[in-house]
Design a protein around this ligand. Structure first.
Ligand SMILES: [Zn+2]
Length: 209
């Protein structure tokens, strides 16, 4: 029998809309070589998988484009500032959601809750991301549920621009707390909200039997 989840329907519209607004965005800013500080020259552009959103009838894949540069001094190839954690196959707001939901429920149930939010991530990816990323992410409460600040900021940006419109690369980066935090997972502990939060007080409201 399928379990029913009590989730405010606003989330299942807001979250896919925010992720969809990132479709096709080109991330192309990078000031200097992170290794040697050398001058960068354009190299190529990669397409990256950002999210799979559940859109009415089916799953829609959201992709973004990341420009790469070659350092004129040391020759390394570097990516532009991008809203991705290292070695993950989804945008950082999606990973943040996985991490926050898994803090208090099994990976399979977190994956089911994500589907209720309109985001498709399989349970193995949820587990994989959760193990890579530290749990102390900046959080915000919305309608009694704690969510990653990244997804709420992104949704607010999308809402401000008008639903259905895209948003700019720099807006996405700042909503997601980048580029300052992209260099390493450790840098994720951002200034404001690092106090320990007991997720269990909030997430029971997400699930019921
Ligand atoms: Zn260099």
């Amino acid at each position: 029998m399928k379990k029913k989840y009590r989730i405010n329907p606003v989330f299942s519209e807001m979250i896919p809309a925010a992720l969809s607004a990132c479709e096709g965005i080109l991330f192309d800013s990078c000031s200097s070589c992170p290794h040697c500080g050398g001058r960068l020259a354009g190299y190529d552009t990669k397409t990256k998988h950002f999210a799979d959103v559940i859109d009415g009838s089916g799953i829609k894949t959201i992709k973004v484009r990341i420009k790469r540069f070659r350092c004129s001094e040391c020759g390394v190839i570097v990516y532009a500032d991008q809203p991705f954690y290292p070695n993950t196959r989804a945008g950082s707001p999606v990973v943040d959601l996985c991490v926050v939901l898994s803090a208090n429920m099994p990976y399979a149930r977190a994956a089911t809750s994500l589907q209720q939010f309109g985001v498709n991530v399989d349970r193995w990816s949820v587990r994989n991301y959760t193990r890579k990323i530290p749990v102390s992410l900046p959080l915000k409460e919305l309608y009694g549920i704690l969510l990653p600040e990244s997804i709420i900021s992104l949704a607010a940006q999308t809402f401000n621009n008008g639903m259905g419109n895209s948003i700019g690369a720099s807006e996405v980066l700042s909503a997601c707390g980048f580029p300052s935090s992209q260099k390493s997972g450790a840098a994720l502990k951002k200034s404001s909200d690092t106090k320990d939060i007991d997720y269990t007080r909030f997430f029971p409201s997400l699930c019921c039997d």
